[in-house]
Write a protein that binds this ligand. Structure first.
Ligand code: NI
Ligand code: MN
Length: 226
């Protein structure tokens, strides 16, 4: 799988040529000003919850790419009402096969409302399987024992975990989350975008190493293969 970071919690994961874009928040993010939205292609856009720092560029990118939206029922309905009819609604505990593999919507502890106040359903994470690999995209969440169920059910190769603290779990809890889902490979997200979630990368890497975990903090625009 090829992973490209677009800042905050926004990632593109390419699974054997199918492009999955997670939580697009690019144009309002000054740290991501080098990213040209017009060059982004996607087959699917997955949304963990309705907060603006996860959905800001959904409408523009869904129209540009024709990508199918995958999210909870409330979020899919919200965008259908805005004319984006290519949506696939799910809810927690549901597993669904797509042409790239499968998506299971899993629990997250957080909140979820749109910027205009519309109810955004309950926040979620995703476990994605495809091309012989499995990864966990946690979304915005606290550490929760529910993550142990993911480790029991799946052989997780790597996990996208929030590390910025304040609005989500911080690194200490993210390292425990990696234990719960049973992976040693963490891609950090939801840090540095706003002053309350700034992270010292050197400290973070040292803490992860002390816990025998590999923590990858990508540069915005960087692509890696996992
Ligand atoms: Ni949020
Ligand atoms: Mn957020």
């Amino acid at each position: 799988m090829e992973i490209t970071y677009y800042g905050h919690a926004t990632f593109m994961v390419d699974i054997a040529g199918k492009k999955l874009l997670f939580d697009p928040f690019i144009s309002p993010n000054p740290l991501a000003k080098s990213v040209d939205l017009r060059t982004i292609k996607a087959d699917y856009i997955l949304l963990s919850h309705a907060h603006q720092d996860h959905v800001a560029d959904v409408e523009m990118l869904a129209k540009q790419t024709g990508a199918q939206l995958i999210s909870n029922f409330e979020i899919i309905t919200y965008y259908q009402n805005k004319g984006l009819s290519n949506g696939w609604p799910m809810n927690h505990g549901g597993n669904k096969a797509f042409d790239f593999g499968s998506v299971k919507m899993v629990n997250a502890i957080h909140t979820s409302s749109f910027a205009d106040g519309t109810y955004g359903g309950n926040p979620a994470g995703f476990v994605i399987q495809g091309a012989g690999q499995t990864f966990y995209y946690a979304g915005d969440t606290a550490l929760t024992l529910d993550m142990k169920l993911i480790g029991e059910e799946f052989d997780v190769d790597f996990a996208f975990l929030p590390i910025g603290d304040n609005f989500t779990m911080g690194l200490k809890d993210a390292l425990k989350a990696a234990e719960f889902v049973d992976t040693n490979t963490i891609i950090g997200m939801h840090y540095d975008t706003f002053p309350p979630i700034e992270v010292n990368a050197e400290d973070a890497n040292a803490q992860a190493a002390a816990a025998n975990k590999s923590l990858t903090l990508l540069s915005i625009g960087e692509t890696i293969s996992l």
